[in-house]
Design a protein around this ligand. Sequence first.
Ligand SMILES: [Zn+2]
Length: 143
Amino acid sequence: MFTDEYFMKMALYEAEIALEKDEVPIGCVIVSNNRVIARAHNLTEALNDVTAHAEMQAITSAANFLGGKYLKDCTLYVSLEPCVMCSGALSWSQISKVVIGARDEQRGFINKKLSLHPKTEIIVGVMEHECSSIVKEFFKSKR
Ligand SMILES: [Zn+2]
């Protein structure tokens, strides 16, 4: 029951909430022992803050929940590949696993030849189609 798809759907649901607020639709959840301990979506417009990416907020909120800064034994599910800023934050958090929906060839960390913490397992392409089309549709509607 607790598959990568199961939690990616929750990340995608967060992206849909962002879309309703006219934010770039990216969402994520952080899971520990099959329990969601943080959920967030992009809020850069609402907060007037370029750092208010879903991942940044979820990292802070998961650390608050755990009462420690390191996210060991945690998995982040994010609908779009993290950017350079978020990959840096994820690296500092020492998170155990990162599951990515769709790739972001232009702004994602992978093409920038960056990696996360050496111990972090990375999985790419879970529900890729759904995760990428919500972003594509959003930008299409903006043109
Ligand atoms: Zn980011």
